[in-house]
Structure formats: structure tokens, C-alpha cells
Design a protein around this ligand. Structure first.
Ligand SMILES: Cc1cc2nc3c(=O)[nH]c(=O)nc-3n(C[C@H](O)[C@H](O)[C@H](O)COP(=O)(O)O)c2cc1C
Length: 578
């Protein structure tokens, strides 16, 4: 389930040596179908040329607030209205300070101030600049006003210093963006997910375990967090890194896992058991390494605790319980039996023998079984499987979910957290989707999550690009002004013309041109070395020195003046027309 497709993302890039990473991020977003508008500070153009971003996005890269080669009515305002998310990556100390104090003296800071969508800041700077109490206060101020600050990484910086201030890798920034854009269907819910294998010790060096990589459980935890839940991940030993926004409890054996889950179970709204827990454990653990001998050696095994069984018989009435079932035969039959036997609401079954399903890979093929239906999902990425499962759960619990969403939608006087703002925005969408869903006929085999997407598309306006919408607005304004000078009744003419224009435009097909070659966008991050090398040696910041470019930002402006701006220039220079 692509959660960022067609979202309008404003990517702000500031004057940091880490600016080159923004081009990889931009490329990732575009490949996933997001509509990205890049706004650079003048200083940022010393590090990466706007042409890089223009090539990646197929859109003008905005730098100058007073650029007359415009398409938007008032660009920063129009852009702010369109944006689903604003991300500043890298965010310089300077831009953080400006945003924290409401300064609006360039295109990016003005856009930040004008945007009321969720905002992410990814600071990148020298450790001393980052740790400076002034910067820390500024970051706290951003958070106070509901903006989300992505904690920078630590490591060796380009200046040679070691410490905090490193811009996270584009993949991590991408994850934060997906999270921020995910519908908050589980807002207010507490979710516990178990993941990974357990290890049952034989002696200090040997254990019994299984092939679980933990990827399915980690995907569930990550996506649940993205959907607004407070997530606890009880994890066996895996090689996976902690998902963003999730509390992780590390365990080793089945007994540890049982203890960790049982002690937290009561407070959870949803429990999903995706871990591969050992059914048997050695009856005794040897204190010393067992020596090999000529004799046969056997290990007596005891049954481990059935955690799902325990949860089913001790569950809170309003709690949702989901178990995973890994079978090699009679998958559906055996899984359905579990549903009743263990008193759970959902079993997600997978057949180890199906290609693409099961333990180690990034994909899975599952069947979601509830008491009323059995849904077989096709082969898909584990994160997508997670999204389907969680959407299904939220649908089944929907009465309660809506209550929660309404709660947080109440107007509040206190500055809101980033999560709250996201929830409010998403709740509007969720309500509309629910209504549309009733009308929209959906193929039986489609899952809830698929239905959601179909419906969401239906409730949005006919597909028009930002450029088209802006084109309409500009055309309408030109006509209005022309009519004004021809002494026709001003307001009526302007309104009528606008409506006609809009209607005419709406019937046109979406003809957004493809400006970039998907394949060729890879590796665009590298920029040419020019003059500033000496700075990198002596000075700043992020880990990898990157080359800077000659400033060419005005070249496109000079050539590209379109007819509309010429028309304004010739006829109405000095007029205030918007
Ligand atoms: C080579 C070089 C690297 C820099 N890297 C950073 C950086 O990573 N973070 C930062 O906050 N400032 C950095 N600076 C300083 C900023 O570019 C400077 O504060 C500038 O005013 C920021 O402008 P902006 O916020 O409008 O982009 C660097 C400067 C130079 C010359």
C-alpha cells in the first residue's frame, strides 16, 4: 500500500553540507509517486544546483520569493495550501532559528510560516552548533508549535568532529515521511506486537531456535506507529533496527517473551502475536558447555507456555487479539480451528510452502481469517501486508476508532503536537472515506486497505496538477483584469470567467509531463566539484565532504519568462493584482 502516492510534499533544502542527501531523498519520493516541490535557500544553492531538483521533480525549484517567472498566484501561499507535508532536510541552524521565531525573509522561511500542514525538520550541523543551548531552545520551540524534529545521528562529521548533528540517511528520512503521511487510523490505540524468534538455551553456547527474521512483526510495529498507535514491540533477537516511533522490549526465550507480553497485556487495545515462539524448551540448561562424547545425546524438552492461549483466556472484553499461524498443511482449516480454540479475533495464516511467503524474505502471502470472513491477499511486501492487517483491524474496531478520532479533533488552545495535527487532518479524510465506501462498489477480493485507496481517489478532485490549477487561477486573473480595463462589471465578470475557465479546464485530461527518467534519477546526488573545497577541509559538518557547484540559479529565470508574466510586465507593472 503506497502511502505517499500523489501526496504534495514540499522539500526545503538549506545551506548545509548534507544538502546532497536531499537529492537522494527527493528521488525516492518521486519514485514512490509523491509530488515534490523543492524550495531551496539561496545558501543551499552553493551546495546543490536547483537544476538537480528540477530534473528529479519536473517542477521549478523555488528559491527567490520575488521571482517574476511564476506560475503560482503568490507562490509561497499557494504552495502552502497544496502541501500535505513540509520537510526541511537538511535544516540548518539558521533556518531552525528563523522558523522558531516566525521569520519570513526568504522563500523557504516564508513557506514554512504559511504552511499549516504537518512539518518535519531534520537538523544537520556541527555538534557544537547543535548542542548550543540556543539551537536546542529553538528546536524545543518548533516542537512546542507542533512541528516534528527528527533526531540527528551521531558520528564523524565532515569537520572532523565526532558527535551529534549528522543528517540521517535518506532511507531514514523517507521512513519519517511515510510515517507522517500515513492515515492515523489507530490514533489513540495502544498496540503490542511480538516479533522474531525465541532462543531456548541448552548450555552457555547452544540453543534451539527457528528461522524467523522478525521482519513481519517489525513491519507491523512500524506501520502501526505510522497509523498513530502507541506501539510496544516485544522482540526476540533479530538483526533488524528499531522502527521509528516504537518502544522495543528485547527478550530471548519463550518464557521471557511470555513474561514481557503478559505483564503489558492488560493495557493494550490490540495485541498481535507475530513472533515465532518455541513450543518446546530444554528441561534443563547445562551450566557448562556439554562436551561431545561417543555416546548418543538426547535433550528432554518441556512445553513452553502458550502465550496466545493465555491472552485469549485473560483478555479484556474490548481488546483485539490477532495471532499468526505458520502451517505447512491444511492452512485455512487449522487456522480457523485456532480462532475458536484460542478465543482470538483474527488469525493471519501463511503457508511456508508458498513461494514468497514465510520467514526470511521481504514479502509474504497471507490469508486473514476472522469469524465472518476469509481474505486471501496476494504476494506483497511485508509492510503492505502489515498495512492491510492493521487496516482490517481498525475497520473491525471502527466504532471505537471514530470515538477516539473525534476526541482529538476537538479544538485545543494549547499548541498541538505533530501527531495530534496529523490525526486531525487524517480524521477528516477517514470520515469521508467511510461515507464514500458505502456507495462505491468494490470487488469482493479487495481488502479493506484497497477499498480505502479506491474511495480516497474518488473523494479527491478530478486529477489536476498544481501547475494546471495555478494556470487556471492565473488565466482567470488575467481575464478579470482585462475585463476590468474594458470597463465591464468587475466582480461579476471575474467570477463568471473564473467559473467558465475552471469548468473548461476540469474536462481536460491530466497531461502532466514526465520530466525525468526514473532509472536515470539514481545517483543524481553527486554534484560537481567547484570552488569551495577549502571550506570542507577546514570547516564543517556532515560526514561526507561533497562538492559544491557554481551558482547558476538565475540562468533558468532569465530564459524561462512565460507569456503570462510578459503580459503583466507590459501592461500592469506596478499594479497589485492578487
Ligand atoms: C562548507 C559549509 C558547510 C556548512 N554546513 C552547515 C551545516 O551542515 N549546518 C548548518 O547549520 N550550517 C552550515 N553551514 C553554515 C550555513 O551555510 C550558514 O549558516 C548559512 O547562513 C545558512 O543559510 P540558510 O539557512 O539560509 O540555508 C555551512 C557553511 C559552509 C561554508
Amino acid at each position: 500500500m503506497n502511502r505517499i502516492k500523489d501526496k504534495r510534499i514540499v522539500l526545503g533544502v538549506t545551506g548545509s553540507i548534507a544538502a546532497y542527501k536531499a537529492s537522494s531523498l527527493c528521488s525516492m519520493l518521486i519514485k514512490q509517486g509523491a509530488k515534490v516541490t523543492v524550495v531551496m535557500t539561496d545558501n543551499a544553492t552553493n551546495f546543490v544546483n536547483p537544476i538537480t531538483f528540477e530534473t528529479l521533480t519536473g517542477e521549478k525549484c523555488l528559491v527567490d520569493t520575488f521571482d517574476r517567472n511564476f506560475k503560482y498566484s503568490v507562490e509561497h501561499v499557494q504552495l502552502a495550501k497544496e502541501a500535505d507535508l513540509l520537510v526541511v532536510a537538511p535544516a540548518s541552524a539558521n533556518m531552525i532559528a528563523k522558523a522558531a521565531h516566525g521569520l519570513a525573509d526568504d522563500m523557504l522561511s516564508t513557506t514554512i510560516l504559511a504552511c499549516d500542514c504537518p512539518k518535519l525538520f531534520a537538523p544537520a550541523m556541527n555538534t557544537r552548533m547543535y548542542q548550543n543551548p540556543i539551537t536546542q531552545d529553538n528546536l524545543a520551540t518548533l516542537e512546542k508549535y507542533g512541528m516534528k524534529v527528527i533526531t540527528p545521528g551521531s558520528g564523524r562529521l565532515a569537520c572532523g568532529d565526532e558527535g551529534e548533528g549528522k543528517l540521517p540517511e535518506p532511507e531514514v528520512l523517507f521512513e519519517h515521511i511515510v510515517l507522517a503521511l500515513t492515515e492515523k487510523k489507530l490514533a489513540g490505540k495502544k498496540v503490542l506486537v511480538t516479533a522474531g524468534p525465541t532462543r531456548e538455551k541448552i548450555d552457555p553456547v547452544r540453543f534451539i531456535s527457528n528461522n524467523s527474521s522478525g521482519k513481519m512483526g517489525y513491519s507491523l510495529a512500524k506501520v502501526a506507529a505510522g497509523m498513530g498507535a502507541r506501539v510496544t514491540l516485544v522482540s526476540g533477537i533479530t538483526a533488524l533496527s528499531q522502527p521509528v516511533g516504537v518502544e522495543r522490549i528485547d527478550v530471548e526465550s519463550a518464557a521471557d517473551m511470555a513474561e514481557a507480553v503478559k505483564s503489558r497485556a492488560d493495557e493494550q487495545d490490540i495485541i498481535i502475536k507475530a513472533a515465532a515462539v518455541a513450543d518446546y524448551t530444554p528441561s534443563r540448561v547445562y551450566d557448562e558447555k556439554v562436551k561431545k562424547s561417543a555416546e548418543e545425546f538426547s535433550i528432554p524438552l518441556d512445553r513452553t507456555e502458550d502465550i496466545l492461549g493465555y491472552l485469549g483466556s485473560h483478555r479484556r472484553e474490548d481488546q483485539f487479539l490477532c495471532g499468526f499461524s505458520m502451517e505447512t498443511e491444511n492452512v485455512i482449516e487449522n487456522s480457523k480451528a485456532k480462532l475458536t480454540k484460542k478465543n482470538v479475533d483474527m488469525i493471519v495464516a501463511n503457508d511456508l510452502r508458498t513461494p514468497g511467503a514465510g520467514f526470511k524474505g521481504d514479502t509474504n502471502v497471507v490469508t486473514i481469517i476472522t469469524k465472518d470472513e476469509t481474505k486471501a491477499l496476494p504476494l506483497m511486501d511485508k509492510e503492505d501486508v502489515a498495512y492491510h492487517i492493521l487496516s482490517e483491524i481498525s475497520e473491525l474496531m471502527s466504532g471505537e476508532c471514530e470515538d477516539k478520532v473525534e476526541e482529538v479533533s476537538e479544538p485545543v488552545v494549547e499548541p498541538k503536537s505533530f501527531e495530534e495535527i496529523s490525526v486531525e487532518q487524517e480524521s477528516l479524510i477517514t470520515e469521508e472515506i467511510v461515507e464514500t465506501k458505502e456507495e462505491a462498489p468494490v470487488a469482493e477480493e479487495e481488502t479493506v486497505a484497497q477499498k480505502t485507496v479506491v474511495s480516497e481517489d474518488e473523494i479527491t478532485e478530478p486529477q489536476k496538477t498544481v501547475e494546471e490549477k495555478i494556470g487556471e487561477a492565473v488565466a482567470a486573473a488575467i481575464d478579470g483584469i482585462k475585463n476590468f480595463f474594458e470597463e465591464e462589471p468587475e466582480e461579476t465578470v471575474l467570477e463568471e470567467t473564473t467559473a467558465e475557465e475552471t469548468k473548461a479546464e476540469e474536462t481536460e485530461e491530466d497531461a502532466e509531463p514526465e520530466f525525468f527518467d526514473e532509472e536515470s534519477t539514481e545517483g543524481e546526488a553527486a554534484t560537481e566539484d567547484k570552488e569551495n573545497e577549502s571550506f570542507f577541509d577546514e570547516e564543517f559538518y556532515d560526514e561526507d565532504p561533497v562538492d559544491s557547484q557554481e551558482e547558476e540559479k538565475d540562468a533558468t529565470d532569465a530564459d524561462g519568462a512565460d507569456q503570462d508574466s510578459e503580459f503583466f510586465k507590459d501592461n500592469f507593472e506596478g499594479e497589485v493584482f492578487f
